[in-house]
Design a binder for this molecule. Structure first.
Ligand SMILES: [Zn+2]
Length: 223
């Protein structure tokens, strides 16, 4: 079936409203209307802003964590909202600057604890990673870095507890070490806040033999 026609039919049957202003969405709009998108989305121009985090060699972030990005990530994480996923993929395609990405060999998404992934059905960082994989033709590996500790959501903790919460949460699967030895890795996460989580991932990857670990995050809450 023609995709455009399919979208029109789906939107006709399931009338969707803009998550921010409640306007009825047009067939080619996902999750929010074009007005809100233009008004609220705030891309980061200078994206390599965090080159001083200890284990992360470079950090590349697409958007500021404005209301629209917050709603979008929340809908993907907790509501399994497919129009949100579609919009996120479109935004990555449109705003990513491939020539500004550092040279990397493979992509690894920040893993969720297995039971959390099961209850959610997917890992939002994996969706972002797959989109980058599609755009760059670099492979994404989801079973090299795993999360063994079911940490509390970082957002619930005060700053001092966050670092402790995430310590020793991640491991590289021993039999997969060869995949990352001397490789440059693009680690992918949804929101960058304190950097403790991704820094811990980078530490573990480097201890297991990775050469450089760069971070790609969809948004940052700290700039
Ligand atoms: Zn709107």
């Amino acid at each position: 079936m023609n995709i455009k026609f399919f979208d029109i039919v789906v939107n006709f049957i399931f009338i969707q409203q803009c998550r921010l202003c409640n306007r009825i969405l047009k067939y080619n709009e996902n999750f929010v209307c074009r007005n809100c998108l233009e008004k609220e989305l705030n891309p980061i121009e200078d994206i390599n802003v965090y080159d001083r985090l200890f284990f992360l060699d470079e950090v590349y972030i697409l958007f500021y964590y404005t209301r629209i990005v917050k709603e979008l990530i929340h809908a993907i994480k907790f509501d399994r909202d497919f129009s949100a996923i579609k919009l996120m993929k479109n935004l990555i395609d449109k705003h990513i600057s491939l020539e500004r990405l550092p040279e990397f060999d493979l992509i690894i998404p920040v893993p969720l604890f297995p039971s959390r992934k099961r209850s959610r059905g997917y890992n939002q960082s994996q969706i972002i990673g797959k989109e980058i994989s599609k755009l760059t033709n670099k492979k994404i590996y989801e079973n090299i870095l795993i999360r063994l500790k079911n940490t509390k959501p970082q957002s619930l903790l005060i700053l001092e507890d966050r670092q402790h919460n995430i310590a020793n949460a991640f491991f590289v699967v021993n039999s997969k070490r060869e995949y990352i030895t001397d490789k440059n890795i693009l680690l992918v996460d949804d929101v960058f806040t304190t950097g403790f989580t991704t820094n811990e991932c980078a530490k573990v990857l480097k201890n297991a033999g990775a050469k450089n670990v760069f971070l790609f995050a969809l948004a940052t809450a700290v700039l």
